[in-house]
Write a protein that binds this ligand. Sequence first.
Ligand code: 0RA
Length: 631
Amino acid sequence: METYTGEQIEVLKGLEAVRKRPGMYIGNTSDRGLHQLVYEAVDNSVDEALAGHATHIEVILGADGSCSVQDDGRGIPIDVHPGENMPAAEVVMTILHAGGKFGKGGYKVSGGLHGVGISVVNALSSEMITRVKRDGGLWEIRFERGITSQKLRKIGSAQGTGTYQWFKPDAEIFDTLDFRWETLEKRLRELAFLNRGLSIVFIDKRQDPPREKTFCYEGGIISFVEYLNENKEFVTPIVSTNGERDGIIVECAMQWNDTYNEVIFAFANNINTMEGGMHLTGFRTAVANSVNIHAKKKGILKEADGNLSTDDCMEGLTAVVSVKLQDPQFEGQTKTKLGNARVRGIVYSLVNERLEFFLEENPKLGRAIVEKCMQAARAREAAKKARDLSRRKTALEGSGLPGKLVDCKSQDPKESEIFLVEGDSAGGTAKGGRDPNTQAILPLRGKIINVEKARLDKVLSNEEIRTMITAFGTGFGDEFNSDKLRYHKIIIMTDADVDGSHIRTLLLTFFYRQMRKLIEDGYVYIAQPPLYGVKRGKMQRYAFDDAELKEIIGDRDPKEFTVQQYKGLGEMDAEQLAVTTMEIGSRRLKRVELDEASEDAERMFTTLMGDSVEPRKRLIQAHARDAKYDI
Ligand code: 0RA
């Protein structure tokens, strides 16, 4: 029988708690939790870089399902820790929240969203190996499911210092073990932007030859803004500022462009604070204040005109705000809202001072910005009028549902679906093929306006858009309310050609800009009509791509088959369309998904709807592949 010391019992208790309730430590055990393990490991190395001791991090996905993270920092200490009776490296790896215990004073700023420490990664990995280079030696310790399987020992000599962490997520814990290149790439790039000069190499050895990318930005968050605005025309150069007060480090970079969207990414300790908070409030207030003061000073805005609203001053502004502080308070539903009130004033005064100077130094640009904001104010006023008008109109028209809508009988949004169909003729076919109990049809005629290039008032004057909003029942923009959504599946059904994909993109752009929650909450789908109909005698089958067509025909003589290529929905009859594309059970639907942090989406939509054609093609293809199927 084994006997345990008091420390060992504590360790086992800790590990057991993590393995029993992994969700408490890493959020969940699906896709997100799996990637959280990598973030935890990387964050430890980023901390070492922030402390000024590491400059280089390498993340490798192994063909065996493992991940390794290596840095050139000081190396985890290996001497025996006085209190715990084991080497410090073993303490860090096996005891919860031990990371900050030794000599790592000062900032522990990244710490991941959950900030749980590397011992959690260890507890949730079937195997883990830690190697440390220090004092001329190479040291190694191994674990299985968090329990030390091989004590720390010297395995060779080495030059320099650093830490290497290799782990294999435990199949007993996680629903999926598939690391996603895109997900990790995005976070690693973001970390490189947020920590100027830090070089992060990402290698995927699951493919042959391995895929490899290096992220290193001498411009830091200035490069970040450059990246976000890559496909936009800009109105100003990038204006940036940074400073430190009361130990709070602030960095901001901003640039006005020719779109009408506000795109501000706010970070606290390298965490994307999607719910905003004090740093974001301070920033927005400062921008609005500087623009208003400048406008009045130059007489572009008269005293009697009142002030431009904060929202109006944000139109066409892309910015990154990054703060680093000792004891961040994360609040809000997803704990991504920064609560430290001190931060607001510090960001405010820094940005105010910088912008005031910039506007004064660049009067031409100053005027351009002010005029842009004033135009925004006028457009907002016009949109409000249009909205009031359409509200009154619907009140007069009784049910208020647009005439073109072929509604379903059910009033229960959970089982109701609406098909947005390209063209009146396909609309007619869809009407014939639908289940009238739960499926509504809305034919859309002609091109939908490009919301990326038009202001809201113009967008609202478009009949297709108005019809759609009324049918959904949710309102839009600031007034959007998903509780009022009349259909829990909004299904875009367009032809499989260039026009069809354009209309689909226009619709998605509109949803993204004005009803983003529709996409975030997973209500938007794309129908997948077949590309080919294959007939052989009485047999009728459908193929959704070339590979399926090949599979159906096999090695038989194609002369036995009649293959029809569908160029549009209109070439199918109602029954065919129903069976292949609309009926629950036999159809295929793609759910449209947004990544949690929307910088990809942000760039994607600008790219899709912007003027340059090459990047547009690339992104449509990339995302078509990523979409997930759902019946
Ligand atoms: C505790 C103390 C010291 C360094 C570290 C931890 C450390 C941890 C990790 C995890 C990944 N990479 C790391 N690099 C360093 C400081 C030790 C000293 O003073 O030399």
